[in-house]
Design a protein around this ligand. Structure first.
Ligand SMILES: Cc1cc2nc3c(=O)[nH]c(=O)nc-3n(C[C@H](O)[C@H](O)[C@H](O)COP(=O)(O)OP(=O)(O)OC[C@H]3O[C@@H](n4cnc5c(N)ncnc54)[C@H](O)[C@@H]3O)c2cc1C
Length: 62
């Protein structure tokens, strides 16, 4: 097996369910707004979408 360092991350099995649990837990806290490649997609467009949603949450719009 070859590991390519600094390549695109690949989500593991159960990732979608894990993200649901993380977002539920974080949603109960006043502080964090989660975004980026760790959650709903590694492409720039997906990262930007989670960034916009996180900014909206921090600004009180979601
Ligand atoms: C080689 C490669 C090619 C890719 N090509 C494409 C492509 O063609 N098209 C596409 O859509 N996507 C592509 N991607 C995927 C996409 O670029 C990334 O998934 C995306 O940029 C990740 O965005 P992010 O905001 O989650 O993380 P990043 O863009 O990594 O942003 C994280 C930021 O946090 C900063 N940071 C880290 N730790 C700290 C800290 N402790 N304190 C403060 N700041 C910190 C970092 O300096 C960085 O600026 C590619 C990725 C790679 C690696």
């Amino acid at each position: 097996m070859t590991r390519w360092d600094r390549g695109l991350p690949r989500y593991g099995v159960g990732h979608r369910e894990r993200v649901v649990r993380i977002r539920e837990a974080a949603g109960k806290l006043p502080g964090p707004a989660l975004c980026g490649a760790a959650y709903e997609g590694v492409g720039v467009a997906a990262c930007a979408a989670t960034g916009r949603a996180a900014a909206k949450r921090l600004l009180g719009g979601a």
